[in-house]
Design a protein around this ligand. Structure first.
Ligand code: KG4
Ligand code: ZN
Length: 340
């Protein structure tokens, strides 16, 4: 491979995104077309709507990504596209489009794992030395990973049921306070008392190298608390207190596990990534852990974007070469080794 100007394409969920990145870190453009307005009436992402909108938008979004970077498709050295995990219909749009571009231009194409790209994203803004504990919190995934190199991952903790962001989204849906749920809960929580309620915070399978988390009990308890106020009209409406207490518990559960994992492995750095890494309580909580050096990506790199796909794509391409055109899209996470 010659120089490293990569066009990244991301369509794994409800963001239609394209970005141009040089040498894995220099972001020349990072265009994200959000479908949030189309999904809002359903308070959740509707897969059929998502994939249809990607089909309609992808060409224009890629054109915007190139224009914002001030370059043409001909000037790009290679293409990178998210191949897994995500909504299969949405992934297929990006993968098919990228394969078409690769065929038409003869440019190398590399398939990129979305979760690994989230983990990589903070490296685009800061020099972060290995090893560290990655706290990967998104709408679909919750992982505590011992990261020893670009692709040297050992999963120490994962959710046994709902993902952290998913718990925010489901509670927000039940509260009927808006979509997407994470930001809506955060906004409401800022007016509430985080110590008003003590919700269950199970840490499951702790011990040895296992630092799993569970969110279904917390979610049920929060929804139940909310229901009590709906039924008992004499009780004061304390939605902000419930939201603040939920947010604190949901974040503390997983931060506590990440810290325990860091102690176990003797790591001194904790690096947060994924959509929930945008959460202000999480950022405050981690920044106040004096024992650890902590890192977070900027907001634009926390939530879904194509810059992280182009960024990681650059390294995967250098190491493994192009993926060819034979790869498929896959809905499920794959290839992560668990600590035994
Ligand atoms: O990484 P991401 O954009 O998409 C996935 O790969 O899933 O993460 C989206 C998730 C959603 O669950 C959303 O509610 C959550 O991140 N999120 C937040 C915040 N911003 C986004 N959760 C809590 N606080 C936030 N400020
Ligand atoms: Zn994501």
């Amino acid at each position: 491979m010659t120089s490293g100007l990569i066009l990244g394409i991301e369509t794994s969920c409800d963001e239609c995104a394209a970005a141009v990145v040089r040498d894995g870190t220099a972001i020349l453009s990072n265009e994200v077309a959000s479908q949030v307005e189309a999904h809002r009436p359903f308070a959740g992402v509707v897969p059929e709507i998502a994939s249809r909108m990607h089909v309609e938008w992808i060409d224009a979004v890629v054109a915007r990504g190139l224009a914002a970077a001030g370059c043409t498709l001909a000037q790009v050295d290679a293409l990178a596209v998210t191949c897994r995990p995500g909504l299969i219909g949405s992934l297929l749009v990006g993968v098919s489009y990228a394969k078409g571009l690769a065929l038409a231009t003869g440019k190398p194409l590399v398939a990129v794992d979305h979760v690994r790209a989230h983990v990589y994203s903070p490296h685009m803004e800061r020099d972060i030395g290995y090893p560290y504990i990655s706290l990967l919190l998104s709408g679909g995934h919750t992982m505590v990973i011992d990261v020893r190199g670009l692709d040297r991952f050992e999963v120490l903790g994962a959710t046994v049921d709902d993902a952290c962001g998913e718990a925010f989204d489901k509670v927000a849906k039940h509260f009927d306070i808006g979509f997407p749920g994470g930001v809506a809960i955060q906004r409401l929580a800022e007016r509430g008392d985080p110590d008003a309620y003590r919700f269950p915070a199970p840490s499951v399978r702790r011990g040895g190298d296992r630092f799993d988390v569970s969110y279904s009990g917390l979610k049920t308890a929060v929804i139940h608390q909310r229901e009590q106020f709906r039924v008992d009209r004499s009780a004061p409406e304390r939605a902000a207190d419930i939201a603040a207490s939920f947010q604190k518990t949901a974040i503390d559960i997983v931060v506590d596990q990440a810290i325990a994992a860091a102690h176990r492995r003797g790591r001194h750095r904790i690096v947060a990534a994924g959509g929930v890494a945008a959460n202000r309580y999480l950022r405050r909580r981690l920044a106040n852990e004096p024992e650890f050096e902590t890192f977070f990506p900027g907001m634009a790199l926390c939530t879904d974007n194509a810059a992280m796909i182009a960024g990681l794509g650059y390294h995967v391409l250098r190491r493994d070469g192009p993926s060819g055109l034979g790869f498929g899209a896959a809905a499920r996470v794959a290839g992560f080794r668990r600590a035994s």
